[in-house]
Structure formats: C-alpha cells, structure tokens
Design a protein around this ligand. Structure first.
Ligand code: C2E
Ligand code: MG
Ligand code: MG
Ligand code: MG
Length: 282
C-alpha cells in the first residue's frame, strides 16, 4: 500500500541520517568484515592532572571507519560486538594497538599512562591475563603505565573472579580503574578488597556540578572516599571551567573532558601534548 511504501521511504531516509543499520545481522556482518580488514582506529583523549596542570595520560577510545557510513562511535556497535562475542577479537586488537602506542611513546620519552576500556566479556572471558602477559613481553612497559578500565556494574558480576584477576593483573604491574563510578552498586567493602588503583567519576555527576547541590555533595563524598582508600580519582566529562575549579579546589586528582580536548587521532594527540608542554614552560 501507499502508506507502507511511504513508511518505508521515511525509514530508509532516517536510517541514512542516523547511520542506523538495517538490522543487527547487517551490523554483525559489517563488524566481522571490519575485524578482518582492520577498519578500526584508536583515538586518544588526554587526562590532565589538576594539581600540576600537566597532561599525564590518555584514554584509548575506539572508532570504526565504516567504508560507507564514515566514522562510527562505540555507542553504535560495542553492544552488538559484546552480544555476538566479536568483542573478543576487537578487544584483543584494541589492547595490542594501545600497548604498541604506549611503548612507542615511552621509547620517545613521552611519559604518559594509557587507559584501555575492557568489556565484561573480555574481562570474564578467561584469557585476559594471558593476553596482557604476552603483550607486556612483546612491549615492555613502565610499571603502572597501562591501566585497564572496567565499569563498576561489570566488575560486580562475579566478585570473586574479579578480585583474583585484578590481583593477578596488579602483580603484572597493570593498573585497574573502575569506569563510570557512581552509577553501579559497589560497596565500600568491595572497593577495599579490590586492588583498584583508580576510580573514574561518571560524567553524569560532573555535568550536574554547576546546577545541583546534591551532585556537589556526591562528588565531594567520592573524593573523600578515594582519599581514605588511597585510590587515585579522575573526573570524566569536564566541559567548563566552573566544573574544573570545583574539582581542583576539592582536590580531585585528574580530569578528562571536552574542556581540554575530545579524543584525537594519534598525530593530533601528540601535537596537543607537545603544545601543552610548551604552554607550561612559557
Ligand atoms: P567511557 O569509557 O566512559 O569513555 C568516555 C566517553 O565519554 C567517550 O565516548 C568520550 O568521547 C566521552 N567524553 C569524554 N569527555 C566528554 C565530555 O566532556 N562530554 C561528553 N559529553 N562526552 C565526553 P566514546 O568514545 O563514544 O565511548 C563511549 C563508550 O564506549 C566508552 O565510555 C566505553 O565504555 C566504550 N568504549 C570506547 N572504546 C572502547 C574500547 O576500545 N573497548 C571497549 N570494550 N569499550 C570501549
Ligand atoms: Mg573508559
Ligand atoms: Mg566512563
Ligand atoms: Mg564506559
């Protein structure tokens, strides 16, 4: 019918606009192809130390150069990758690319840490330890310069397994960060028990800092808690100087967000770090 036809036309039109895939099967097929033909690239977002005003690290964030759809963000494909298990192949590639890049930086005396996101399926999949062990043999990195990020909710899926793996990774010299902190349900008890080196306060609390008294109280409490547990703290999603000032005055360690820079391609990231260094010197 005409109505159906019209509906179809509109749908195709919006699909193109929104970069939506026809269905999950199409996305899965394209992802498979992307893995084989290496269509992924890591972008790097700088992390700033609020007390010294220096850039001290990068978070590696995956981007997909889709041959027809352009650059795709992880929000468009990580869930399906996780559901189909393709995340294992993607995650291995991410880990290796990040270690290789960090190794190159260190070789050029660029002293930064590298944060890498790890999904639940990778973390609980069984061979993350072996993968990291193998990578560190091929790319010897400074102790604690590689930091794996896992979300609070994912970490809590299997606390005993997670505790052991975190312990083993810590013994390899790898740091562990809890991502999107504040959105899940970790109790103080578990935080104390996990060999966690860092918390990343979820962006939602930072976004509301200027307008919500409650968010300011929550962020202050997280800062105090991190201090008590001797865990380093990064605020995610810092977009304006009011937020930065609040965090600096309340002694939050680090910040990351569009106020400083979005995630950049390797070459642009290196220039960004170079320019920032000069700005500090002058
Ligand atoms: P995340 O690990 O919490 O990463 C931070 C996200 O916030 C990134 O989005 C980053 O671009 C964005 N962001 C940073 N600063 C700001 C800001 O000031 N304002 C706003 N509005 N956003 C900001 P991105 O790159 O789209 O990544 C989304 C999520 O996808 C990540 O959240 C992470 O959970 C996942 N992800 C990214 N790369 C990988 C990867 O290599 N492997 C896995 N398993 N997951 C990844
Ligand atoms: Mg992250
Ligand atoms: Mg996060
Ligand atoms: Mg996340």
């Amino acid at each position: 019918s005409a109505k159906k036809k019209q509906g179809h036309t509109i749908q195709t039109f919006t699909s193109t606009l929104l970069d939506a895939f026809k269905d999950d099967a199409e996305l899965e097929r394209d992802l498979n192809h992307a893995i084989r033909t290496r269509q992924f690239e890591l972008y790097y977002q700088p992390l700033k130390d609020l007390q010294t005003q220096r850039y001290i690290g990068a978070e590696a964030l995956i981007r997909w150069h889709h041959p027809k759809r352009g650059v795709l963000y992880p929000g468009a494909f990580i869930d399906i990758a996780e559901q189909t298990g393709l995340i294992n192949a993607i995650g291995s590639w991410v880990l290796e690319a990040a270690c290789k890049q960090l190794y190159l930086w260190q070789h050029h005396d660029i002293n930064l840490s590298m944060h890498v996101n790890v999904s639940a399926r990778q973390f609980f999949g069984g061979n993350l330890y072996e993968q990291v062990w193998d990578l560190l043999n091929r790319y010897p990195l400074k102790s604690r310069s590689l930091i794996l990020e896992i979300t609070e909710t994912e970490l809590m899926e299997d606390i005993r397994y997670a505790t052991n793996l975190c312990q083993e990774l810590a013994e390899l010299g790898v740091g562990l960060a809890i991502d999107d902190f504040g959105t899940g349900y970790s109790s103080m008890r578990y935080l104390k028990q996990f060999p966690i080196s860092k918390l990343k306060i979820d962006r939602s609390f930072i976004t509301d800092l200027n307008i919500s008294h409650q968010s300011r109280e929550i962020v202050s409490a997280i800062i105090a808690m991190a201090k008590a547990l001797n865990i380093s703290l990064t605020a995610e999603g810092v977009e304006n100087t009011e937020q930065e000032t609040f965090l600096t005055e309340n002694l939050c360690h680090q910040a990351q967000g569009f106020l400083y820079s979005p995630a950049l391609r390797q070459a642009e990231f290196s220039s960004f770090i170079e320019n920032a260094k000069e700005a500090v010197l002058h």
